[in-house]
Design a protein around this ligand. Structure first.
Ligand SMILES: Nc1ncnc2c1ncn2[C@@H]1O[C@H](COP(=O)(O)OP(=O)(O)OP(=O)(O)O)[C@@H](O)[C@H]1O
Ligand SMILES: [Mg+2]
Length: 266
């Protein structure tokens, strides 16, 4: 379930991309091949008096194997951006290219296949099926991609430190353990892109750290990870931090020496 590649493997001590922190940079081009590219992306919900301009022209590149944290106040468009990259929604205008697919040009079936095969999602409230065990929850989603064999799913649980807990139901697991099951579920299908919306939002510091540790490990194996959060402390782990405000990217900062989950505090 690992995705090793010479172009994707890098340690936390390396910086990614050549751009430096600036106050209001709109575009940042990482040195490595782009996993995600947004060009002039807008998203408007509703019409007339009910119109909400959630994204007002976003240009952003995320390199393959990067760990990017997206910060911004409530309503600034973070989840909207994540949903566009994940193929859950389509932009009103502009272009979203992810893992080699121009999402704007995909039909419904191809978009479904992209979501199923290429993207792993982790949400704030784990969304596990309560009547299925941890292992069954992982297998359920992995089966959609033809990767639902027991061994692979058990290995995904082991990778998030839940060896031996596969037979437990969600109600028998702590919040942090449930979130790790959700991460195992997302990675068992070996997605190129891991998209996380407030993955530690419902967790205390210590359990949150455990989850961040897993995300960082998965990134070190070569996966591209995009984490949306309110929590500025998590930004210390990222190769780059993208700040949004009112539907725009207002700052992209490269982290010279990303920290580890154990150093994070909030
Ligand atoms: N389906 C929708 N219909 C109408 N408006 C929406 C919809 N989804 C999001 N919005 C609006 O778009 C704006 C951006 O929402 P978004 O969920 O992307 O913000 P966010 O940065 O993720 O906020 P939070 O940190 O609170 O999760 C908000 O004003 C929100 O109300
Ligand atoms: Mg949100």
């Amino acid at each position: 379930m690992t995705r090793h590649g010479p172009e994707q493997t890098h340690g936390p001590e390396q910086t990614v991309g050549s751009e430096q922190t600036t106050g209001s940079e709109q575009t940042a081009a990482p040195a490595r091949a782009a996993a995600v590219e947004l060009r002039g992306v807008t998203k408007t919900y509703g019409a007339g008096h009910a119109e909400v301009r959630a994204l007002r022209g976003v240009d952003l590149e995320i390199g393959s194997g990067e760990f990017v944290v997206l910060l911004g106040p409530s309503g600034s468009g973070k989840t909207t951006l994540l949903n566009l990259v994940g193929g859950i929604e389509s932009p009103t205008s502009g272009q979203v290219v992810a893992a080699g697919h121009d999402l704007s040009g995909l039909g419904e079936d191809a978009r479904t296949a992209y979501r199923r095969d290429t993207v792993g999602f982790v949400f704030q409230f784990f969304n596990l099926v309560p009547s299925l065990t941890a292992l069954e929850n992982v297998r359920l989603v992995a089966e959609l991609t033809g990767r639902g064999d027991r061994e692979r799913s058990a290995a995904a649980l082991a990778a998030v430190g839940l060896d031996g807990r596969g037979g437990h139901f969600p109600a028998q697991l702590s919040g942090g353990e449930q979130q790790r099951v959700a991460i195992a579920r997302a990675v068992a299908k070996d997605p190129a892109l891991l998209l996380c919306d407030e993955p530690t939002g419902a967790l205390d510091l210590e359990t949150g750290r455990g989850v961040l540790r897993v995300l960082q490990d998965l990134n070190r194996e070569g996966r591209t990870v995009l984490v949306v959060t309110h929590n500025a402390a998590i930004a210390a782990l990222a190769h780059r931090v993208v700040r949004m405000r009112s539907g725009r990217v207002v700052e992209v900062a490269t982290t010279a020496a990303p920290g580890t989950a154990d150093e994070v505090a909030w």
